[in-house]
Design a protein around this ligand. Structure first.
Ligand code: FE
Ligand code: CA
Length: 531
């Protein structure tokens, strides 16, 4: 749909040819011929998400001038709410329209649309598009979930994290789109708020060259990412489930504590702006609408009796990282040694008491064969050694909250949660891990399996440094930080197969993809084996 991306001047000289624009058949003869737009209002593409057995959320955002923003005229829009039309079809050519209607682009939310569609059939794909005047959006593919009382044979999903726009191109998104999974999980660092002033090998620069820190700059950052053709393609190919990590707001923030030690009240204003921009750009339901600095994203979805997914929020409710001190910003996660007693304080939590209770209840009551816990950061213990020979732990992932992790894994064991699998990102590397009741006891059982996806484009963590720690972490089955990519998962009743898909070069916009490793979890046996 590049042909709609006219500048205003180009449009004036080409309007005579505009009768060649594709017009939705359902709208011919109605308001379709009206020239409402001088440039494509659907420049940011379309998305679907939060699938239900009878529908999903359809998303777009009116942005005729996506890279020009000011508070009074976001992305070239002004005035009150706009009503736009949508069509949903049972076929990719949109020949059989099964549903059509209108949805509101809300100026309070940067003219984004979050249409909650109902009344569709379970467990099947649909195709959709939006229309406004003579402008027609690209066609997207969505998918309903299977009926809750059904027994699906299988499911295909992908998961992705950490797409720094400056560090590389989004070929991983393009190749995942081509696999047309049933659903894609975005596990955080969908945008990066900061501007990289240290790396020399950047392929492109963040909008405005400034750190995003208010509504205008966060919106601009999302718009810049959403203009990327590979990300647009992924959103148009499959419904999304979206959670955040830190860079949607600020590096390493925790709850109301900022990395830069801002006053909590001041930081919460920033968090409110960041959360609002996240809501505006994700295909989320109304229950996720932000309320000041609070926004509910943790959620549970069931695919018949095959799979239950728990989506976690690992940032909004967490305790401050243990023994946190003002970092001399080196791009490294905060780290602490074994002498930090605060780390072991059982009152500290990664997900907060309310979410923890909600998660534990859901896991205990689940009747699904597989139980996926989708969250943002590495869960397995990763014991490093510092120059003094002391054990060290990263305090920003679950190693900073070991009692919180123990409670969760103990609960998985005690409640006999069936086939618990944890997925995550953040650490810019592929991992396959056994999640054990006691990571320091070789005889302790694995109670769950962990797969961590590498970054889509963000530079990897230093390979040698991490590889050196592996002998002290025998529950780690695989580690690779030198490749960028995503994870493609095929689930059946008997097995979960995770393919670690690596792009040839994230700095090459035309990179190809190959499978680096395949791991299989067999039902009833926690821990993956190479497939
Ligand atoms: Fe990241
Ligand atoms: Ca992160």
């Amino acid at each position: 749909m590049r042909s709609f991306a006219f500048t205003r001047r180009e449009f004036l000289v080409t309007t005579a040819a505009s009768s060649t624009l594709v017009v939705a058949p359902g709208l011919v003869g109605r308001a379709a011929e009206r020239k409402l737009w001088s440039s494509d209002p659907f420049s940011l593409g379309v998305a679907s998400g939060s699938p239900a057995p009878d529908g999903f959320v359809l998303w777009t955002r009116l942005a005729p001038e996506p890279e020009s923003y000011d508070r009074d005229s976001p992305a070239g829009m002004s005035g009150g709410p706009r009503r736009i039309a949508y069509e949903i079809a049972g076929d990719p050519a949109l020949k059989t329209i099964v549903k059509h209607g209108t949805a509101v682009a809300d100026p309070h939310y940067a003219y984004s649309v979050h249409a909650e569609i109902e009344g569709l059939l379970p467990g099947r794909p649909y195709w959709y598009r939006f229309m406004s005047g003579d402008a027609v959006s690209p066609v997207g593919r969505a998918m309903t979930r299977p009926a809750l009382d059904s027994a699906p044979d299988g499911l295909r999903f992908g998961f992705v994290s950490c797409a720094n726009y400056e560090h590389g191109y989004f070929s991983a998104y393009r190749h995942l789109a081509d696999e047309e999974p049933d659903v894609v999980l975005f596990l955080g660092d969908y945008i990066y708020e900061y501007v990289d002033t240290r790396s020399t090998n950047l392929v492109r620069r963040h909008s405005e060259g400034v750190e995003a820190e208010n509504l205008a700059t966060y919106r601009n950052r999302y718009a810049q990412y959403r203009l990327d053709p590979d990300l647009k393609r992924l959103h148009a190919s499959a419904p999304a489930l979206t959670i955040w990590d830190d860079h949607e707001v600020q590096n390493d923030y925790a709850n109301q504590a900022s990395e830069t030690f801002d006053e909590p009240a001041k930081f919460l204003l920033r968090r409110a702006d960041a959360y609002q921009a996240f809501y505006e750009h994700m295909p989320l339901r109304a229950f996720s609408r932000p309320n000041g600095a609070a926004m509910r994203i943790y959620d549970r979805l069931r695919y018949g009796n095959l799979l239950e997914i728990s989506l976690l929020d690992g940032r909004q409710y967490r305790s401050r990282e243990a023994c946190y001190r003002e970092p001399d910003w080196g791009g490294a996660h905060p780290e602490t040694n074994q002498s930090c007693p605060e780390r072991l304080d059982p009152s500290r939590s990664m997900i907060g008491a309310a979410q923890e209770a909600w998660l534990f209840d859901g896991l205990a009551e689940s009747r699904a064969d597989w139980n996926l816990i989708a969250q943002d950061v590495l869960m397995a213990q990763l014991r490093g050694v510092n120059e003094q020979g002391e054990a060290t732990f990263s305090t920003d992932d679950w190693d900073g909250y070991p009692e919180s992790r123990s409670r969760l894994l103990r609960h998985v064991y005690d409640a006999r949660v069936r086939n618990a699998v944890v997925i995550g990102g953040d650490i810019h590397s592929f991992w396959t891990n056994d999640l054990k009741l006691d990571f320091d006891d070789p005889a302790s059982p694995a109670v769950a399996t962990e797969f961590v996806g590498t970054s889509v484009s963000t530079h990897g963590v230093p390979y040698e440094v991490f590889a050196r720690a592996l002998p002290d972490n025998p529950h780690v089955k695989f580690f690779e930080s030198r490749r960028r990519g995503y994870v493609a998962v095929e689930l059946t009743r008997q097995t979960m197969t995770a393919k670690f898909r690596a792009v040839s070069d994230a700095q090459d916009p035309a990179a190809n993809v190959s499978t680096l490793k395949t791991f299989v979890v067999e039902s009833g046996k926690p821990g993956a084996v190479e497939g």
